[in-house]
Design a protein around this ligand. Structure first.
Ligand code: PSU
Ligand code: MN
Length: 304
């Protein structure tokens, strides 16, 4: 029933029992401008190979669920206009109607589980938006983390969000939030925030063991690994705060809502920082890819 297509590379990895790391595609279609989006996607894939694992970028193309995109499909997706942004709610409908769409964190987790991939790298997960008490805008990514057993490596949640509320919801949903190598919860473009992370681990092996332990306990959800952006690449939170506030005010004034909010804010911040937010975003995704590859390898060593 599911038209699943594995890239040759992912198929070979499966046969050989090599570790695989899932990658999302919304960051390509909605998170970064062309051509940096395609360049970054290629670099991130190569980072994973260099770290000894195999990348599987996920997207729905003409109804087919692709796990691993060959370079031509990746380049085409990165230039295509009006690609749908697929989350848990719309992924099946897109596949059923032969549509094309990029997968968010939530939809990528669903696809990864279906393909037997347990580790996934992205930039930052979606979360509770500022003003959620009136807009009710809470990303489906949070609920997915509570349901789908995939370890997601991100640089925390995007700093455009209400980070304290995002952590509260993750706690309510029983999602482990593990800061990597530090006590504070990282804030996407900035390596630290004033929020303590609920858990801390300092090596990939511990994260893999915790993943395997959840599996052994039969717990349904995944883990969020919050990996700080390298200090040299970060933008100070104090510098970003007024820029984010202005972007949010623009979004509110223009009545931006639903799926459009996150891409709108990222674009406004890109313009206000003259591209520096994108440079930082690229650095943090690559950093996350390397850690995810290490976790996938450790998980492979543990076995099932
Ligand atoms: N990480 C990035 N850039 C992005 C995203 C993540 O560095 O654009 C995307 C992911 O696909 C994530 C989505 O799932 O933003 C969150 O969207 P929303 O807030 O509408 O759930
Ligand atoms: Mn939303």
């Amino acid at each position: 029933m599911i038209d699943l297509h594995l890239s040759a590379e992912v198929h070979a990895a499966r046969v050989a029992g090599k570790p695989v790391v899932a990658l999302e595609s919304t960051i390509i279609t909605h998170g970064m401008p062309y051509p940096q989006n395609v360049d970054t996607a290629r670099l991130v894939e190569q980072d994973i190979r260099d770290a000894g694992a195999v990348p599987a970028t996920i997207a729905v193309i003409e109804g087919r669920l692709h796990v691993g995109l060959d370079p031509e499909r990746l380049a085409a997706l990165g230039q295509a206009k009006g690609v749908a942004k697929l989350s848990r709610a719309d992924m099946a409908a897109c596949m059923a109607t032969g549509g094309t769409g990029a997968t968010t964190v939530a939809a990528t987790m669903i696809a990864a589980r279906h393909a037997g991939i347990e580790v996934f790298a992205t930039g930052g997960i979606g979360g509770v938006h500022k003003g959620a008490e009136t807009s009710f805008d809470i990303s489906a990514d949070l609920h997915e983390l509570a349901q789908t057993p995939v370890t997601v490596v991100a640089a925390g949640a995007k700093a455009i969000l209400d980070l304290p509320k995002t952590l509260e919801v993750l706690e309510t949903l029983g999602v482990p939030v593990i800061a990597y190598g530090q006590d504070s919860f990282p804030a996407f473009w900035s390596s630290t925030s004033d929020l303590p992370a609920p858990l801390r681990m300092d090596d990939a092996a511990s994260i893999a063991r915790a993943h395997a332990m959840r599996r052994a306990l039969g717990l349904p959800g995944g883990q969020l690994v919050a990996n700080p952006i390298p200090a040299a690449d970060q933008i100070a939170a104090e510098e970003l705060a007024p820029i984010i506030a202005r972007a949010q005010a623009q979004a509110d004034a223009q009545g931006v809502s639903g799926k459009a909010v996150t891409p709108f804010l990222l674009q406004a911040i890109f313009e206000a920082t003259e591209g520096r937010s994108l440079t930082a975003n690229i650095a943090l995704v690559r950093n996350n890819a390397r850690l995810a590859a290490a976790i996938a390898q450790e998980l492979g060593a543990i076995g099932r």
